[in-house]
Design a binder for this molecule. Structure first.
Ligand code: HEC
Length: 90
């Protein structure tokens, strides 16, 4: 019971934090640039090292992120943010 409650509140703090990040990301272009790279950094380095954006060109990234979407269970929004970041940074 005690641990369940603690687990739940950790999750809600996480969700709140995520909502905050998303809110700030929408507020200014600069923050949204940061939001993209953070989504990429947190999502894509979990299974392998983070391939540098310059490793692939725009159309290769379109395909690769689509492929990784299935592996990493990305939402459409995450896929969009990550693709935008990689195409802007390569
Ligand atoms: C659940 C684990 C997992 C996550 C999360 C993940 N990948 Fe991968 N990735 C793999 C595996 C496994 C391979 C190699 C086999 C394959 O291509 O399916 C791979 C291969 C790659 C390659 C190499 C492809 C090549 O042709 O050399 C790139 C680039 C890549 N991932 C990018 C990403 C990006 C960008 C993200 C974030 C959206 C991501 N990965 C998230 C598991 C993951």
């Amino acid at each position: 019971m005690e641990t369940k409650l603690t687990g739940l509140s950790v999750i809600s703090v996480g969700i709140l934090g995520l909502a905050l990040i998303m809110l700030t990301a929408c507020a200014t272009p600069k923050a949204s640039e940061k939001g993209r790279s953070e989504v990429w950094g947190q999502t894509c380095g979990g299974c392998h090292y983070n391939y540098s954006p310059s490793s692939f060109n725009d159309s290769e990234w379109e395909l690769l992120v689509h492929h990784m979407r299935q592996r990493a269970y990305l939402t459409a929004e995450e896929q969009r943010l990550i693709t935008e970041f990689l195409k802007a940074a390569n």
